[in-house]
Ligand binder design. Structure first.
Ligand code: AMP
Ligand code: MN
Ligand code: MN
Ligand code: MN
Length: 287
């Protein structure tokens, strides 16, 4: 049986809603053997998650999901098994945090021009602990009854090209891959099917990702359809990227993104767990 692993999850240190300890309790309930906490642009929840995983006998990888730009478009890069104390990684995360604060304030100004209390909404989000994201702002809009749900908040105000949208200014993909690699981690291109790229552009992105030192590609993600999974598997094989998998879990109760869902890798793909030296508990040791 395939080991149960989840290498893409969020806690309330970014835009998830569970604390790391609650997340790990759920992971234990779901009998996960290996878990990575991949909060947006932070590793702040990793120490608590590591401790909780140890108590539950779950193997843990300190990780994060970095926001990056490739050809001016936003992509996400998961850094697996990073050294959270690496000074270069810490400096990178501090820089991005400052960029996020400036961006949310700029979005707040645009919301004000839409006739809303933009400064108040932005201040509310910036007062929260953890990485501030547009999802927090979407939740604040919903709480203020200015949108029926977060999806509507993105559609009306926060999504690309909408009234209050501010294009992000993240570091480049190469920079992020470099920071992750020098922190001892493996860089994984997250959710390739969500970038709305044409097939040729997606191939170019994967080639560039590999040539810049990237190690893996998410080929099996909760919510990925069969066609997307087949395309991702083809890209992993073609560009020599190892296959990663996970749920991109944010909140409990979303049936299409359950924590630790059983996921399988397609044939002919090196599991990223192999590069990480992961062996399920009880598995025979190599001779
Ligand atoms: P940010 O990193 O500040 O740009 O915030 C992006 C976060 O918002 C993502 O990590 C998603 O969790 C969430 N998000 C992005 N687009 C949408 C959308 N259309 N509907 C709901 N959540 C979204
Ligand atoms: Mn998110
Ligand atoms: Mn993402
Ligand atoms: Mn994510």
């Amino acid at each position: 049986m395939d080991p149960r692993v989840d290498l893409h999850t969020h806690s309330d240190h970014s835009d998830g809603t569970l604390t790391p300890v609650q997340l790990v309790a759920l992971a234990a309930e779901r009998q996960l053997q290996l878990l990575a906490l991949t909060d947006h642009d932070t590793t702040a929840g990793c120490a608590a998650a590591a401790q909780a995983c140890q108590a539950h006998g779950i193997q843990f990888l300190a990780a994060c999901e970095l926001s990056a730009l490739w050809r001016g478009r936003e992509i996400h890069i998961v850094g697996l098994r990073v050294a959270t104390a690496a000074p270069e990684l810490i400096a990178h995360l501090e820089l991005v945090r400052a960029q996020r604060i400036a961006r949310l304030q700029a979005i707040g100004e645009r919301l004000t021009r839409c006739g809303l209390d933009g400064a108040g909404l932005a201040a509310q989000v910036l007062a929260l602990p953890g990485t501030p994201t547009r999802l927090h702002l979407a939740r604040a809009l919903v709480a203020a009854k200015l949108a029926v749900d977060t999806e509507a908040a993105f559609k009306r105000y926060l999504g690309r090209g909408q009234r209050a949208a501010v294009p992000p200014q993240w570091p480049t993909a190469e920079a992020c891959i470099g920071v992750i690699s020098r922190a001892g981690g493996l860089a994984v291109l997250a959710h390739p099917h969500r970038y709305q790229l044409a097939a040729g552009a997606l191939r170019e992105l994967c080639a560039h990702f590999h040539d810049s030192g990237g190690a893996g590609l998410e080929v099996s993600l909760a919510g990925m359809g069969p066609a997307d999974a087949a395309q991702a598997a083809g890209l992993a094989r073609r560009y020599g990227l190892a296959g990663s998998l996970g749920s991109d879990f944010h909140v409990p109760g979303l049936p299409w993104r359950p924590l630790g869902r059983w996921l399988k890798l397609a044939e002919g793909i090196t599991p990223i767990t192999e590069l990480l030296g992961f062996r399920p508990a009880g598995a025979p040791q190599p001779a």
